[in-house]
Design a protein around this ligand. Structure first.
Ligand code: GTP
Ligand code: MG
Ligand code: ZN
Ligand code: ZN
Length: 396
């Protein structure tokens, strides 16, 4: 192998492999080489689907092999293909893999905490208002992402004005194991910079046990940043203060304290952390559905500040810190100091946030009058700041 051969990191199975090992998929509809693809089926579960022929490019000259090849000729039908695949799992690689920085962001939390609604409103804010404030542009990479975005996220919420369906567990719907990939272009002091963001929308169902997490959500311990949604409507003392009619059914498996413990255990087993080791991945512990809590929040709450959560080209750290301190106090009051101590003991880079994706609870027929997200970008911008991708200011 040449000394400086480029490495490729698969955004699906996270295997790193040398550029010369990349495979291609023949997409010529009249090619006769289609066959069951064992490797493709293995990580997704559900057998070996019949797929286009997998082309193994001939070993190129040493010089050429240092770069990622961008085309290969099918050895069955002799037609060229540009569809690169991961050598290990045959995932269709983003067309610019290896040329662009890649960051993995996992959105996790128990069943019904609001993860899917969060992803769609966050991405929509990034494409519009936040994008304008930060000189970002966001676009989707690959047909998979485009289809899922339209069919499962944007279409139902913004076009049909209905709430989204529960995300199906990875074992039932293999698509949820694959990320939604977005290209974020940032216009910084030093010119343009692009990164690919892989968003994983975990099914809350998969968060019910550590074993399940390790199989269905392996990406969590590989993520560069985690947005951990906590459902305040599953905290017993909050439930007692709110009118029962608007509350979802109590679900012990989604209780924030249990899920945080499972997350710690997952990191400890997957990264082989010892008792004293800390988890260094930035984690934004984020209360969702904050609109439902307005009746019980203090009148002086930072969350009531007009224009709060608006960041103009830099993360407003004073605002972020005051929300974090306040949420920490609320969480301790609602669940006991033990909850935050577990977090403080195990994580080195964390902050508390509060967001509302919808701005108000959905109507009884599951329809939405408006979609008015509130502070959804705060945790995301904070993670980008932790990754040195956006600046912060000490406040206005
Ligand atoms: N009040 C309020 N309710 C919300 C908000 N976001 C989501 N919800 C409610 O929470 C329910 C679950 O939201 P989802 O985004 O589907 O939750 P999820 O975490 O993706 O759930 P799973 O896919 O089952 O893991 C929705 O059907 C809404 O009723 C919000 O911002 N405010
Ligand atoms: Mg979901
Ligand atoms: Zn792979
Ligand atoms: Zn072919």
């Amino acid at each position: 192998m040449p000394i400086f051969q480029q490495e490729v990191l698969c955004p699906f199975c996270f295997t790193g492999f040398p550029a010369s090992e990349v495979r291609f998929r023949c997409v010529n509809p009249s090619c006769t080489g289609s066959a069951p693809d064992q490797l493709f089926g293995r990580l997704r579960g559900g057998g070996a689907p019949v797929m286009g022929h997998v082309i193994t490019p001939p070993k190129a000259s040493i010089l050429r092999a240092m770069r990622l090849p961008d085309v290969a000729v099918c050895d069955v039908c002799q037609v060229e293909s540009h569809h690169r695949l991961c050598a290990e799992c045959h995932f269709d690689l983003p067309h610019d893999v290896g040329q662009i920085d890649q960051r993995i962001i996992a959105i996790i939390g128990g069943r019904n905490t609001g993860k899917s609604h969060y992803i769609v409103t966050l991405v929509n804010r990034l494409k519009n208002e936040v994008g304008a404030n930060f000189n970002f542009s966001v676009h989707m990479i690959g047909e998979d992402t485009r289809h899922r975005w339209r069919d499962d996220f944007y279409g139902p919420l913004y076009e049909q004005h209905t709430v989204l369906q529960a995300t199906r567990p990875g074992a039932v719907d293999a698509r949820v194991k694959a990320p939604l990939i977005f290209r974020l272009t940032l216009e910084g002091t030093f010119g343009k910079r692009a990164i690919n963001l892989s968003f994983f929308d975990t099914a809350g169902e998969d968060m019910k046990s550590v074993d399940n997490l390790s199989v269905q959500a392996r990406y969590i311990s590989r993520a560069d940043g985690i947005i951990f949604l906590l459902d305040p409507l599953q905290i017993e003392s909050v439930r007692q203060q709110l009118p029962g009619a608007n509350l979802p059914v109590a679900d012990r498996d989604s209780a924030p304290d249990e899920i945080v413990e499972r997350l710690v255990e997952l990191f400890e087993t997957q990264l082989h952390l010892g008792q004293r080791d800390h988890i260094k991945t930035p984690v934004a512990f984020t209360l969702s559905k904050i609109d439902a809590l307005f009746p019980i929040l203090d009148p002086s709450s930072a969350l009531r500040r007009a224009g709060g959560g608006e960041h103009f080209g830099a993360l407003d750290l004073r605002d972020v810190n005051s929300v974090s301190g306040e949420m920490r106090d609320y969480l301790s009051a609602w669940m006991g100091a033990g909850f935050c101590s577990v977090i403080e003991k195990h994580f080195t880079a964390y902050n508390y946030f509060a967001v509302s994706s919808l701005g108000e609870p959905p109507g009884p027929d599951q329809r939405l009058r408006t979609v008015a997200p509130f502070r959804v970008e705060d945790p995301f911008l904070w993670i980008l700041h932790q990754l040195n991708l956006v600046k912060a200011t000490k406040g206005r």
